[in-house]
Design a protein around this ligand. Sequence first.
Ligand SMILES: Nc1ncnc2c1ncn2[C@@H]1O[C@H](COP(=O)(O)OP(=O)(O)OP(=O)(O)O)[C@@H](O)[C@H]1O
Length: 443
Amino acid sequence: MSPGSGVTARARRWARLALACTLGAVAALLAASGPGGLLILVAGVVGAALAAAGTWWALAHHGVVRWAGVLLVVGAPVAVLVLYTRAGVWPAALAAIALWGAAILCARKALRQIRRPHGMRAVARALPRRPVLIMNPKSGGGKVGRFALVEKAEALGARVVLLDPSVTTDVAALARQAVAEGADLLGVAGGDGTQARVAEVAAEHGLPFLVISAGTRNHFAMDLGLDREDPARCLEALTDGEELLVDLGTVGGLPFVNTASFGVYAEIVQRPEYRDAKAGSALEALPDLLLGYAGHPLYAQTDDTRLESQQALLVSNNPYAAPEPTAVGGRRPRLDLGVLGVVGIRVANAAQAADIALRGAGAASLTVLTCSRISIGSDTGRIPVALDGEALTLPAPVICAIRPHALRVLVPRGRPGPPTVAPPPDWRAVLALAFTRPEPGPA
Ligand SMILES: Nc1ncnc2c1ncn2[C@@H]1O[C@H](COP(=O)(O)OP(=O)(O)OP(=O)(O)O)[C@@H](O)[C@H]1O
């Protein structure tokens, strides 16, 4: 939307406040005695760049270099604070940082006012009469038992199929059998990988699908706006539900609901020790993967863009709001835009890591785009993929695509809704907003 359309007086006030705070931050820098303002600015930027470079050395190396990196991550911000104090500029620095923070908050608030209402639109549907729910008793460390999901679901008239934790069950086959026996809704209490496999069967048969947030991470449930603290609340959809029509991603013909990750992260989750000691195993493996990756880089081709020598590629079912590698636990504001989100990462040294810390999604080592289809290749015959966090390898090239509005998801009408997303502020839009005449509001 252009800033001129639908601009309200309130949006303009927030935009002007954002600009006033920005000017205030600049004034605080100028007010610092002598070259103090420049010192604050330069020391701040250098400190952030050094901390990012330290992060790179800590992740991409072993031994002494790793420890030197850790020292830099901790030491750089401390050194900046000491410098501010010794130069007597800390009050000005504090004021500048506080005003800059306020400017960003106001800018986001202004932009939120002009954004079109963006929740996914739910429609009323007849409630299911023969729902079948597949539950994994081991998911989320035993949430099925802890929240009495079997008893609660059966009390609402659902048939529950409990997975046997001692064997790996083909859940798609179970779901197909349930459909053959007359199920009119399929649901899963389990991790996102299991959700994807059963969701595909539901989509294939045009049946509604119920997501029960009984996994550990529950990213799909989060972006659907479901309750992640109490999975039992997802069952309310069986008696008071409505439907969302969402997209499904496919990788080499396999379904995914959140992400397909190629490269460094995919290599880490292939390791058998990953499930038991996730952080430790990742730290052990990262140096080889990051620095040794030159041997088998990834390349990718969309309809109009080619990406060369990528270390990691993250393909998501709809784009993330803040597509930066530092935006851990990101969110997708919508799951029904009919496009894949793609983030390509190519970091070879500490300077490029620092560039990402300073410029975020604008850094040269990051590529952020959306597309409806992407082909991913490598000079090896098979490519490791983490599909909704689960490890597999697929023959290259791997084709990722989106199936728009393929899945009907039944959600409770009283769901909490997704947490609000704060995208990075677009200052050109804020500037335009601040000086645009507001449109007359409704009577
Ligand atoms: N089809 C299956 N049959 C039997 N066991 C399974 C099946 N799928 C997963 N498991 C096992 O169940 C456990 C829980 O996995 P699941 O992915 O459901 O939840 P989680 O790991 O707690 O959540 P998340 O996927 O969010 O990390 C794992 O040990 C996994 O190996």
